[in-house]
Design a protein around this ligand. Structure first.
Ligand code: NOJ
Ligand code: MG
Length: 519
């Protein structure tokens, strides 16, 4: 399992209210005990923090707020010392406008780095070169007075898009990957990989006829020419070839596309691309058994034979899973995430079920929300600090943290859940232990099983072991139907402290069963 750390909010060690690398190092025992395999760190590079680190001013350094390269090497060694892997966030689509490359690029039209970014003359009406809309709202084009051209930015205007059609950009970015691989980093999560290259000629994007004002400005258009271009796959294959040249390294692509187009990012058997094109469908899907069943089957069918599936249930960009499905179903979500076929990614804080966090308007920091208020898309509520214990500032920091804590931090914190054997945290630990000790869960086949309404049931099989997972997505008692000619050999895990009758699922109950054939 991959565990995503949002470094600003994991653990502060130097009393500035913002998490840092030394803080992470001090909490590695917690992660090892939880039973994870790898840590993915959201960006830790020097950054003006306009998008909280996704605006990078130097790809090969550490922001002083987080530490320094020596501290990074210590953290990496400590992670490896515990048998864990460390993945970094690689943000190739755009840099900060403070990056020396962009400072040069905007200095004059003749500068050698001018076309490291995407500059265009105004349209005949003096407006932006095309109709593209930034993911954070407003035009994707920013006018530069001194050189009399516009530059492209898919996100904030302080995040100019790099020009991946320029060989020098590709070389410079490959050198960045090598810099970190040489240091011993185990892989990367690649930010907005499907954005990386734009259609030649930058044509207008088509209008989305289904757009309604409750949706983001980005959705006014279909991102036909600004994302998912055929040429991007060659870049993705180059990343993979480099990673493979280092041996056992992992590449994850952040890609938001439907199954058929997502699957292409695995590449082909003779020209592989990323190992895991992130699958966000559990975040987006309605929380009911029938539609989850359809989604899971469709995704399973879309993964090529040489590819490996993956599931994500939360992130620093998405609403908290416990806020979305509620406290009782958060336990079902945990069991689902850890029993589906494929690599699970868990976002920090979801293991203790942090739910909706109220954030006063004057403390909101997320630029996406601040630029488009009122749509309920704020990401701050998923980025609040981890509440470690009952001490001041929840043990996260000795000072007031950069974002407020979850309101219920005095009862919902790591220490409290560690003490209570029925907590969500303990359920996560048990499920991870189970996954480690049963190959059927880790690498077994997946097949759906017929089940009662509101129940999602499936089997995982490996050699002669057959496990069945049954999840009650509703709040009514439901029958537990087993496949013909089988009976329960052992209840390996229940999301509830007490299992009811053998042939039923209690409201909101999920179980992992070992089946055997009836004699
Ligand atoms: C995706 C990241 O997850 C998000 O946090 C960021 O704002 C955008 N990419 C832009 O880098
Ligand atoms: Mg700090």
């Amino acid at each position: 399992m991959i565990y995503q750390i949002y470094p600003r909010s994991f653990q502060d060690s130097d009393a500035d209210g913002v998490g840092d690398l030394a803080g992470i190092e001090s909490r590695l025992d917690y992660l090892a005990e939880l039973g994870i395999d790898a840590i993915w760190l959201s960006p830790i590079y020097p950054s003006p923090m306009a998008d909280f680190g996704y605006d990078i001013a130097d790809y090969c350094e550490i922001d002083p707020m987080f530490g320094d390269l020596a501290g990074f090497d210590r953290l990496l060694a400590a992670v490896h010392g515990r048998g864990l892997r460390l993945l970094l966030d690689f943000v190739p689509n755009h840099s900060s406008d403070q990056h020396p490359w962009f400072v040069e690029s905007r200095s004059s039209r003749e500068n050698v780095k001018r076309d490291w970014y995407i500059w265009r003359d105004p349209a005949p009406d003096e407006g932006p070169p095309n109709n593209w809309i930034s993911d954070f709202g407003g035009s994707s084009w920013q006018w530069d007075e001194s050189t009399g051209q516009y530059y492209l930015h898919a996100f904030l205007k302080s995040q100019p898009d790099l020009n991946w059609r320029k060989p020098e950009v590709r070389e410079a970015m490959m050198a960045v990957l090598r810099f970190w691989f040489d240091r011993g980093v185990d892989g990367f999560r690649i930010d907005v990989l499907w954005h990386i290259i734009k259609a030649e000629g930058l044509p207008d994007n088509p209008i989305n006829a289904y757009w309604t004002p409750d949706r983001t400005q980005r959705d006014r258009l279909i991102q036909l020419y600004s994302t998912d271009q055929p040429e991007a796959h060659a870049i993705s294959a180059e990343f993979r070839a480099l990673a493979d040249s280092y041996g056992d390294r992992l590449l994850i692509g952040e890609i938001c596309l439907p199954n058929d187009r997502l699957a292409r990012w695995y590449g082909t058997p003779d020209r592989l691309q990323v190992h895991l094109p992130f699958n966000f469908q559990l975040i987006e899907n309605a929380w009911d058994a029938a539609s989850l069943r359809r989604t899971i089957v469709a995704y399973e069918e879309s993964v090529p034979w040489f590819g490996w599936p993956n599931w994500v249930i939360g992130s620093h960009d998405a609403p908290r899973i416990a806020a979305r499905v509620g406290e009782a179903q958060a336990r079902i979500a945990a069991m689902l995430l850890l029993t589906l076929r494929g690599t699970p990614t868990l976002y920090q804080g979801d293991e203790i079920g942090i739910g909706e966090v109220q954030i006063a308007p004057d403390r909101m920091r997320d630029p996406q929300h601040l630029r488009q208020p009122g749509l309920g898309i704020g990401r701050d509520r998923s980025r609040t600090p981890i509440p470690w214990d009952e001490s001041a500032n929840a043990g996260f920091s000795t000072v007031d943290p950069w974002l407020p804590l979850n309101q219920d931090w005095q009862s919902r914190n790591v220490a409290a859940q560690d003490r209570s054997s029925n907590s969500l945290l303990c359920l996560y630990r048990s499920l991870l232990t189970l996954r480690r000790s049963h190959d059927a869960l880790a690498i077994g086949d997946f097949t759906l099983v017929d089940a009662a309404d509101e129940v999602l049931a499936y089997q995982r099989r490996h050699t002669d072991e057959c496990l069945m997972i049954a999840l009650n997505l509703g709040d009514k008692t439901r029958p537990l139907t087993l496949p013909t000619d089988t009976c329960v050999a052992e209840v390996l895990c229940s999301t509830l402290a007490e299992r009811p009758m053998d042939d039923t699922l209690a409201p909101n109950e999920g179980v992992v069963l070992r089946l055997r054939e009836k004699r």
